[in-house]
Design a protein around this ligand. Structure first.
Ligand code: ATP
Length: 359
C-alpha cells in the first residue's frame, strides 16, 4: 500500500490542490491521499492566517465526496512549528507496512534541501512532484536527478493539469469581492463567503450552530451535509446594526441568496434557512434542527438554556415547542410583534401533541 501525504497550509484548499491529489492517486499508484494542514508552516512563521479550525473544516468539506481523500490533523493536534520529517515518521508508525509518499508542488520541491533534516526526509520517503505553473519543471527534474543519485530517492513527476492558482489569490479575491466560483469546491466557497460577510467573531456562532446542527442531524437521522450548508448560510444576511427589521427579515433574505447566488435548489434546505428565526406550522426535520441549533448552541447563555438543551437533545418536537413558547414570551416582553408563523407553529403543537397537556 502506498499512501500519499499532501502537506500545506491550505488557507484555503483550492482546485489546484485537489487536481494534483486526484492525479497523483492514479499516476503514483496511491491507495489514498491524506491532506495534512500544517499548524505553523516553517517558512510562514509570523504570517497571519486562518485558524487551523477553519482550514480543517474547509478541507473536510472539500474532500468529503472522495472516498480516497482524508484529512490528517496530526500537525494541528501537535501544535507548534510543523516539520514534515516528524509528521511523516509519525504517520509511518501509524501505518505500519505502508509506503509513505509526500505530495508536493514544484515551487516547494525546488526548496526541499532547506527543509529540516532534508537528507533524512529525501532518503526515507518517496516524493510525487506536481506541476505548478511559473516554476521550471526542468530545474525540478535536474534537482530530482541529483537527489536520486545522492540519496537513492524515489521521485515521481505527476502530470497534473497546470492550474495557475494559489490560496493567496483566493484570499485576495474574497477580500475584493471577486468571484471564486469553480476556483474552490462549492462548500468551501460558501464557507469563505459566509465568514467574510459575517466577520470572524459572528462566524464563530455560525460554526457552533453547524456543529450542534450536525450532531442533531446524526442523532435524528437527517443528512449531515444539507444540515451543514443550511447552518453555514443561516445568518448570511444578519446585520447587527439592522434593527428589528433585519432581525425579522434576515432569514428570508439569506434563503433568497442561497437560492439565487449559491444555486441551491433543495426547497427543504431553503426553508430551514427561511424559517430559522420564527419556526412555522409543518416544519420538516431539517427545519426543526436548524431552528433549535441556532437557539441552543453552546455560545448562548440564558437562564433556562441547560434545561432547554436537554429537552432538545431528548425530543425534537418537545424542544421545538418549548423554544417557540419561550420565543413568544420573549418577544411579547420586548414589545415586538410575534410572527404569524410562530403563532401557527405553536397552535399546531398544541393541537396535536398530548405531552403538552400532560406536562
Ligand atoms: P499560499 O498562496 O497561501 O502560499 P498555496 O496556494 O501555495 O498557498 P499551500 O497550501 O501553501 O498553497 O500549498 C500546499 C502544496 O500544494 C504545496 O506543495 C504547493 O506547491 C502545492 N500547490 C499549491 N497550489 C498549487 C497549484 N495551483 N498547482 C499545483 N500544486 C499546488
Amino acid at each position: 500500500m502506498r499512501i500519499g501525504v499532501f502537506g500545506g497550509t491550505f488557507d484555503p484548499v483550492h482546485i489546484g490542490h485537489l487536481l494534483l491529489a486526484e492525479t497523483a492517486l492514479v499516476q503514483a499508484g496511491l491507495s489514498k491521499v491524506l491532506f495534512m494542514p500544517a499548524y505553523i508552516q516553517p517558512f510562514k512563521q509570523g504570517v497571519q492566517m486562518s485558524s487551523d479550525d477553519d482550514r480543517i473544516r474547509m478541507l473536510n468539506f472539500a474532500t468529503k465526496d472522495n472516498p480516497r481523500f482524508e484529512v490528517s490533523t496530526i500537525e494541528c493536534d501537535k501544535g507548534g512549528i510543523s516539520y514534515t520529517i516528524d509528521s511523516l515518521r509519525a504517520l509511518r508508525e501509524e501505518n505500519a507496512g505502508a509506503e509513505i509518499c509526500f505530495l508536493i508542488g514544484t515551487d516547494m520541491f525546488l526548496n526541499i534541501e532547506k527543509w529540516k533534516d532534508s537528507d533524512a526526509l529525501i532518503s526515507e520517503f518517496g516524493f510525487a512532484v506536481g506541476v505548478r505553473p511559473g516554476y521550471h519543471t526542468s530545474e525540478a527534474e535536474a534537482l530530482a536527478e541529483k537527489l536520486k543519485k545522492t540519496y537513492g530517492a524515489r521521485i515521481d513527476f505527476i502530470d497534473n493539469p497546470p492550474i495557475e492558482l494559489s490560496s493567496t489569490e483566493i484570499r485576495q479575491r474574497v477580500k475584493d469581492g471577486d468571484t471564486i466560483r469553480y476556483r474552490v469546491q462549492e462548500t468551501v466557497r460558501i464557507y469563505l463567503l459566509a465568514r467574510e460577510k459575517e466577520g470572524q467573531k459572528r462566524f464563530e456562532h455560525t460554526k457552533r450552530v453547524v456543529d450542534l446542527a450536525v450532531s442533531m442531524a446524526r442523532r435524528y437521522g437527517e443528512d449531515e451535509y444539507r444540515t451543514s450548508v443550511a447552518a453555514l448560510l443561516h445568518d448570511y444576511c444578519k446585520n447587527p446594526d439592522g434593527g428589528v427589521e433585519n432581525d425579522i427579515g434576515h432569514a428570508g433574505m439569506a434563503a433568497d441568496i442561497a437560492k439565487n447566488e449559491f444555486g441551491i435548489a433543495d426547497e427543504d434546505l431553503l426553508n430551514a434557512i427561511r424559517y430559522h428565526t420564527t419556526g412555522r406550522a409543518g416544519m420538516s426535520r431539517l427545519e426543526k434542527i436548524l431552528f433549535l441549533a441556532d437557539t441552543i448552541e453552546p455560545g448562548r447563555t440564558y437562564d433556562s438554556i441547560s434545561e432547554l438543551r436537554e429537552t432538545c437533545l431528548k425530543d425534537l418536537d418537545k424542544g421545538v415547542y418549548t423554544v417557540l413558547v419561550e420565543l413568544k414570551a420573549y418577544l411579547e416582553k420586548k414589545g415586538v410583534a410575534v410572527s404569524v408563523d410562530t403563532e401557527a407553529a405553536i397552535s399546531e403543537c398544541q393541537g396535536g401533541k398530548s405531552w403538552i397537556t400532560e406536562n
